[in-house]
Write a protein that binds this ligand. Structure first.
Ligand SMILES: [Zn+2]
Length: 451
């Protein structure tokens, strides 16, 4: 729990801020920008507030840089009484005040910023526009001086502003990261039977360029799934799933129009759309969810009902896809089953392999190759069955299993040989490729610095 402040704590903090302002203006003879957060109630700190503060600080520094304002000194404090940043600036007070007001008014979270400009004589430059109430939007001090809104109302409004600010950022980041993972998946070489940098595998109608074009067209879809998840995190998972299903159908149309009718990413649209939505549902502005188990469980909550209804209602007549036929003939549930069961192949198999390889110093390419082999070895890929029939599919995944049982990380030469064997039999583990993209994305989201 964050520490609570008393009236006395706040008075002391204000005094020490004033004394620091005097010291800095005295030392340089320049104005000082005093940036604090406008947070009501006894708790002034926490992950979400800190992220908002850091973002405000970045914005301020960026605008000062753009205005060619020299910085004499900057001093930040992260006490329980609230985050503060003091900047002695080599610029005209009125210009600095304009910069501060433009940041305060230029974004949802800016409403929570107090950016004052203190002149060398100790006076503050007055605002040009009166600020508005964060709860009802009325201008002037009426609401705060008459205590019109309850603390709860004010805190809820504060949370909403922070959400609004970072939901947009994080959904865009998630969309970009999914597309990056899809491109890393197609670049991973060698991959048995799949399109990679060496060859187009068992596919005559696809190449890496087509995959990249297709992936770029899907960025806004993945960002959208994330945003829908975050905005509707209190709604029932099954209902949210219906919303992203609609988005998924539009994304498929876009993919087919970009690829001229070739199915490059249908499985990825399904799997990574659900994962993006699941991360959105678990999202909090100060703390993006990074636990793959929790993310897998949320995927299961989203997809469970729809998947069981789909398979229950399936008959030979109704079967439309190779995945449907694989279920009727062999009992395989494919990527639908993976999602409904919480991504067990990824969370328990390929992600730990990828992580272990990365930690042991393998490149992302080689780590991803080994993660893929472990997925193929599970023998659950419906594309393999659809293309080669039961016997060929089982024998091919057995060959992979045999190879990695002998040696967990075999030489890439041996995998190139597997690639040739898969191509001769026209086999392609397309479902595993989608799961590999999901593995790479989750690795980067959960364990790397960029998330
Ligand atoms: Zn108000």
């Amino acid at each position: 729990m964050e520490r609570k402040v008393t009236v006395n704590d706040m008075m002391m903090a204000r005094d020490s801020r004033a004394s620091l302002q005097r010291k800095m203006t005295g030392r340089y003879g320049t104005p000082v920008i005093s940036f604090t957060m406008n947070i009501a109630g006894p708790v002034k700190t926490g992950a979400a507030i800190k992220r908002t503060f850091e973002w405000g600080k970045e914005r301020l520094l960026e605008e000062l840089r753009k205005g060619s304002v020299g910085i004499k000194e900057m001093s930040c404090s992260y006490a329980f009484t609230g985050y503060e940043c003091m900047i002695a600036c080599d610029g005209k007070g009125s210009i600095l005040k304009k910069i501060c007001e433009s940041i305060e008014e230029g974004s949802p979270a800016g409403r929570l910023f107090d950016m004052d400009v203190v002149l060398p004589d100790g006076t503050q430059i007055r605002r040009e526009h009166e600020r508005s109430c964060i709860v009802c939007g009325k201008t002037g001090k009426g609401c705060s001086s008459r205590r019109i809104h309850s603390l709860n109302e004010i805190l809820e409004a504060t949370e909403r502003l922070i959400m609004e600010q970072f939901l947009h950022f994080d959904s865009i980041k998630a969309g970009k990261m999914v597309v990056k993972a899809l491109n890393e998946e197609v670049n991973t070489t060698p991959k048995p039977g799949l399109v990679d940098r060496n060859n187009n595998g068992s596919h005559s109608d696809m190449d890496p360029e087509l995959f990249k074009k297709s992936a770029s067209s899907l960025e806004s879809y993945f960002a959208g799934c994330f945003a829908v998840g975050a905005e509707h995190r209190r709604d029932r998972a099954g209902e949210v799933f219906e919303v992203i299903k609609e988005l998924g159908m539009e994304a498929e149309k876009r993919m087919f129009s970009v690829t001229g009718g070739v199915n490059t990413h249908k499985g990825a649209i399904y799997t990574l759309g659900i994962i993006s939505c699941a991360i959105g549902r678990l999202w909090e502005p100060g703390r993006p969810e990074r636990d793959p188990n929790a993310i897998g469980k949320e995927c299961s909550r989203l997809a469970e009902r729809s998947v069981s209804e789909h398979f229950e209602g399936l008959s030979k007549k109704k079967a439309r896809t190779s995945g449907d036929r694989a279920y009727l003939e062999y009992g395989l549930k494919g990527i639908r089953g993976e999602a409904a069961e919480g991504l067990p192949s990824v969370v328990l198999v390929s992600l730990p392999v990828l992580r272990e390889c990365m930690e042991n110093g393998y490149s992302l390419n080689d780590s991803a190759v080994y993660a893929l082999l472990h997925l193929i070895a599970l023998g659950k890929d419906t594309n393999m069955y659809a293309r080669g029939g039961k016997e060929k599919a089982e024998r091919a995944s057995e060959a992979v299993r045999f190879l990695i049982e002998k040696e967990k990380y075999p030489h890439l030469k041996q995998i190139e040989e597997l690639d040739m064997a898969f191509m001769e039999k026209n086999l392609s583990p397309g479902g595993c490729a989608d799961l590999l993209a999901a593995t790479i994305f989750l690795y980067e989201w959960c364990y790397s610095e960029i998330a």
